[in-house]
Design a protein. Sequence first.
Length: 97
Amino acid sequence: MKIQPLGDRVVVEREEAKATTAGGIVLPDTAKDKPQKGKVVAVGDGRITKDGKRRELQVKIGDNVIFTSYAGDPFKLDAGKEVLLMREDDILAVVEG
């Protein structure tokens, strides 16, 4: 299944949570923090401004991004992979490098 977001929405694949701490302690699933980083896998056409023109999104496919902790709605794809569908406004920064 392929998701094509509409308008100013973005599909992000969240990074995997770390399974161990820096000291080597193995964390159970309930203790893992959900990372607020991910990779953009699909973008919408852009937001329609008040004057009726379409403004392209600032992020593009392949960008690594940081987003707010409660951003997006999770969806499972056919392969069991979970992605987040969120608005561009929920993205705080693009990470380069």
